[in-house]
Design a binder for this molecule. Structure first.
Ligand code: S6P
Ligand code: ZN
Length: 204
């Protein structure tokens, strides 16, 4: 070995990554993964057909979220990472979906990307204008700040998507609990339809 090089070469410590992503469904593996399970019982007031929701097994899992929080919540400049796995299913005519939220720090954005399954990403601005992006494996979705976001599983297998958002974004679920989204994703005559929320009440 070149003697000049060997004198200057210092070994740099290496370590395995604390988190692994399962390439099959995006689920996270590692001791520091935080897991949240949302059952049908947890989703009271989310679906238009509350009677159908209340009649379902309350412990049925609607979705799970697995997260990696490498820095404390609120850390400016930090990033969080999560995978959401939504089961296929319907509450009345409405597809299983996430609660949905604005970020507490309204102007913070987020990325979603679809790993497996078929989904519909609902995006609603502060004026309650709604639009949706179709999710399929490989699709990438930029969620701008000041935009509420919710995902419905419109396929017949588990929908898995990744997410990355600022550690100081926080979550505002209250606005959605109070007024919901202005559109809903429903199965009508076997097809996926996005309809204005005021028109979905008739399906109750
Ligand atoms: C966090 C990010 C996702 C959601 C997850 C579940 O900012 O948007 O990780 O938390 O998809 O949705 P929700 O609306 O129940 O938090
Ligand atoms: Zn978010």
């Amino acid at each position: 070995m070149d003697s000049a090089l060997s004198q200057t070469r210092r070994e740099v410590p290496t370590s395995p990554s604390p988190i692994m992503i399962d390439s099959r469904d995006g689920s996270l593996l590692g001791e520091t993964v935080s897991r949240v399970v949302r059952t049908i019982g947890d989703l009271r007031g989310i679906f238009v057909d509350e009677a159908s929701r209340a009649a379902m097994p309350q412990d049925r899992v609607a979705y799970r979220v697995e997260c990696y929080f490498p820095v404390p919540e609120g850390t400016q400049g930090g990033l969080f990472f999560g995978t959401t796995l939504i089961e296929p299913g319907l509450v009345g005519a409405e597809f299983f979906m996430t609660k949905g939220h604005f970020h507490a720090r309204l102007d913070t954005a987020e990325y979603y990307w679809c790993i497996r399954g078929r989904g519909m990403l609902l995006l609603m601005d502060e004026a309650r204008r709604c639009r949706a992006e179709q999710m399929k494996p490989g699709s990438l979705h930029y969620i701008p700040g000041r935009t509420a976001h919710r995902v419905a599983n419109v396929g017949d297998e588990t929908l898995c998507f990744g997410a990355c958002w600022p550690a100081d974004a926080g979550h505002d679920y209250e606005s959605i609990a109070a007024r919901g989204f202005s559109a809903r994703v429903l199965r009508i005559d076997g097809a996926v339809k996005m309809v204005e929320a005021k028109d979905s009440g008739a399906l109750r």
